[in-house]
Design a protein around this ligand. Structure first.
Ligand code: NAD
Ligand code: USQ
Length: 404
């Protein structure tokens, strides 16, 4: 299959591109390297050093004999995107290429606007290019479990059947996202569903939970193939952050009570789910939603697991319940369905001590790179308004170009 991976330089996009090319697919990737530039705003970087996309592609070719084609450009720029899609004629597009951090989107107005423009316009451009040039292509779009929020009823996979005043219909599941980033994914979902309806596009929206882990079958073949590993207070996700904090000897940063419960999955299962969606495409005109996670944990559950495993490493791990910088429920009902991918054959890698130990070992290898100043949360949901305006209004793109 000819597969175009959008966001192919990112945490998930790069290992996905390698795995799909290993499986014999013809793979091209698009990325504008924005994720690397966003690090310059905070003086952050991936804990695990990562080579440039071009170097990783060259190493992958030497290791596997497989060639991945890279296109460096911005999805929001249709003059860049359209010819790539027109010429490559993808049979499937895996779309990871968005700004994905909730805290980044809550810094201030500029970051909120940037996140929504980047994500929604990029996604809309992809939909137009598909309709114009590859109408049979299957879009596999990464959405998020956070689109649903934390309702006091079971979460279904995208749709819910409701009887109201004696009439029954199956409708999109209500969305109550918790950040401008998560909202951008809701807006994407609506646009995709609409385009499936009006143009007959086929699409799978993967509502993914929080991903953890560092190793995939392909990555472990050469240290230069490693994917990024974020631990800072803006881009780091919770379990990856706790593992770094444990090694750094810093208390685990549980926000508030720690009863926040989310769906989680191993990075290897992200790749497996995407492959299952690709091999079992949506019908023409079909918009379907799979909830992509394998287990549910509360933040406190995770902190306690890291504390236990830390003991085996001789680490004295402590937990600090910080005032929650986010506006979210800290104790709530949470029960989400995730049967569609299991029905397609997903065999999950469940979180266990062996996995935690293997990530801890990688973190220990790069312990010297940990910047402790980046660990505490720096973005508060309540103070995203009334931020001092810059003297001269520059766009984030201009600021990032300046930082490079
Ligand atoms: P990432 O930030 O590491 O990778 C995203 C990549 O997209 C980056 O390399 C970035 O440069 C690129 N990109 C962003 N905007 C672009 C644009 N306009 N044009 C071209 N390239 C652009 O993120 P990730 O962790 O790999 O996540 C990938 C996707 O999966 C995201 O859409 C995210 O919302 C979703 N997701 C991630 C997680 C997680 O825990 N990491 C969980 C659920 C969903
Ligand atoms: N949390 C802590 N301490 C920390 C970091 C986070 O208690 O040090 C808490 C948060 O308050 C939140 C939960 O852990 O309740 C998850 O936070 P996170 O930063 O790990 O994940 P989130 O902001 O939800 O975003 C991540 C990815 C995003 C993806 C989402 C899936 O960055 O791209 O969409 O996970 S989901 O959570 O299902 O929406």
């Amino acid at each position: 299959m000819r597969i175009l991976v959008l966001g192919g330089d990112g945490y998930l996009g790069w290992p996905t591109a390698m795995q799909l090319s290993q499986r014999g697919h013809d793979v091209a990737v698009i990325d504008n390297m924005a994720r690397r530039a966003w690090d310059h705003e905070f003086g952050a970087e991936s804990l695990v050093p990562i080579c440039s996309l071009q170097e990783r592609i060259a190493v992958w070719e030497a290791v596997s004999g497989k060639h991945i084609v890279a296109h460096v450009g911005d999805l929001t720029d249709y003059t860049f995107l359209e010819p790539v899609i027109k010429e490559f004629q993808p049979e499937a597009i895996v779309h990871y290429g968005e700004q994905r951090a909730a805290p980044y989107s809550m810094i201030d107005r500029r970051h909120a606007v940037f996140t929504q423009v980047n994500n929604i316009v990029g996604n809309l451009n992809v939909l137009y290019a598909m309709a114009d040039h590859v109408p049979d292509c299957h879009l596999v779009k990464l959405g998020t479990m956070g689109e649903y929020g934390t309702p006091n009823i079971d979460i279904e996979e995208g749709f819910i059947t409701i009887t109201h005043k004696g009439r029954t219909d199956t409708l999109p599941y209500p969305k109550q996202p918790g950040s401008f980033y998560h909202l951008s994914k809701v807006h994407d979902s609506h646009n995709i569903m609409f385009c499936c309806k009006i143009w007959g596009i086929r699409a799978t929206d993967l509502n993914q939970g929080v991903v953890y882990g560092v190793d995939t079958e392909e990555i472990v073949q050469d240290e230069r193939l490693r994917t990024r590993f974020d631990y800072d207070g803006v881009f780091g996700t919770v379990l990856n952050r706790f593992l770094v904090q444990a090694v750094a000897g810093m208390p685990l940063t549980v926000y508030g009570e720690g009863g926040q419960t989310r769906g989680f999955l191993d990075v290897r299962d992200t790749l497996a789910c995407v492959e299952l969606a690709l091999l079992n495409p949506a019908e023409k005109g079909e918009y379907r939603v799979f909830n992509q996670f394998t287990e549910q944990f509360s933040v406190l559950d995770l902190a306690n697991s890291v504390k236990e495993v830390g003991k085996e490493f001789g680490l004295n791990v402590t937990i600090n319940n910080l005032p929650n910088p986010r506006v979210e429920k800290e104790a709530h009902y949470y029960n989400a369905a995730n049967t569609h991918l299991i029905d397609l054959g997903l065999q999950p890698h469940y979180l266990n001590d062996t996995l935690l130990e293997s990530v801890l070992r990688i973190v220990q290898r790069y312990q010297g790179h940990i910047k402790e100043s980046l660990i505490l949360p720096s973005v508060d949901w309540r103070s995203t308004v009334n931020q001092p305006a810059p003297d001269v209004e520059v766009t984030l793109e201009e600021q990032q170009v300046g930082a490079k």
